[in-house]
Write a protein that binds this ligand. Structure first.
Ligand code: ATP
Ligand code: MG
Length: 259
């Protein structure tokens, strides 16, 4: 059985796409098979693989069309985003099963997805219908937080609250058990080295329960985004064993938490 992980945060620019892309690369290097799903209509993840398109995309999952998994290489598949995904927020509102359409599609395509060890899902920065569909099929929701940002604790509390509301709302009518099984994990990202004392930083992250890993602000991530290349394949990273070591350690901790 594959494990499904959605990267979500209501804030933009916290590193969802960068993490989805690079964690996928990490998993592939560990020998796993990965399926990526891009549910952000901005299509940043799909563009990384030159696959931001209108043909056979995630959009078709929600409209009765023909969604297709692109097999990018033997270990990596992708269901790309379409620029039209943003229209779904409106058109799905009248449907009773609007939050569970992804779940039904996956159930209908078990044969195609059964060989993937991990399904990683990137999302748009909001807790809308599409994101709820992705959370509904997930075992884990990984939320990147920037602990150096003012108000990050409020962002965390807001996310916890939305998850609770979704869990309470989406119940099996007969048993009253929630249909939402995903566990929320937090990951501190873009932590700046010198701006705060370690004591202060320690206090900040002590306030986050379920914090699974910490990633520093690193230039290699910007390069990774710009060059559409995993950090592990950049010369810049290879020349800097300490950076590589920290990134590997953080991803290993994340992997241990989702096994
Ligand atoms: N640890 C990091 N160190 C340095 N730069 C980072 C780090 N993580 C992400 N970035 C950079 O921050 C920018 C925003 O990251 P990214 O696009 O992954 O965020 P996002 O949460 O997906 O944004 P959006 O909500 O708009 O989709 C990118 O240029 C990325 O390279
Ligand atoms: Mg993104």
């Amino acid at each position: 059985m594959s494990k499904t992980i959605t990267f979500s945060a209501s804030k933009g620019g916290v590193g969802k796409t960068t993490m989805t892309f690079n964690f996928a690369s990490y998993l592939i290097r560990q020998g796993y098979k990965v399926l990526l799903i891009d549910s952000d209509y901005q299509g940043n993840l799909s563009s990384t693989y030159e696959s931001y398109t209108n043909q056979n995309t995630l959009y078709d999952v929600f409209t009765g069309g023909l969604a297709k998994i692109r097999q990018l290489n033997p270990q990596l598949g992708l269901i790309p985003a379409s620029p039209h995904l943003d229209e779904l927020e409106g058109t799905l509102q009248s449907k009773n099963n609007k939050n569970f359409m992804m779940m039904m599609w996956l159930q209908d395509h078990l044969e195609e997805i059964k060989d993937y060890d991990y399904i990683l899902i990137d999302t748009h920065p909001e807790f809308g219908t599409l994101t709820k569909n992705m959370i509904a099929v997930s075992d884990y929701v990984v939320v990147p937080l920037e602990p150096s940002e003012y108000g990050f604790i409020q962002s965390k509390q807001q996310f916890d609250l939305r998850m609770k509301e979704f869990r309470d709302d989406a119940v099996d009518i007969r048993t009253r058990a929630s249909l939402i099984e995903a566990k929320v994990l937090y990951l501190a990202n873009r932590v700046k080295h010198n701006t705060r004392s370690s004591h202060e930083f320690g206090q900040m992250i002590d306030q986050i329960d379920n914090l699974v890993a910490v990633l520093n602000e690193r230039e290699v991530f910007n390069s990774s985004t710009m060059l559409k290349t995993p950090v592990f394949d950049l010369e810049q990273t290879k020349r800097n064993p300490k950076t590589l070591q920290q990134i590997n350690a953080a991803y290993q901790q994340l992997l241990e938490s989702v096994k």
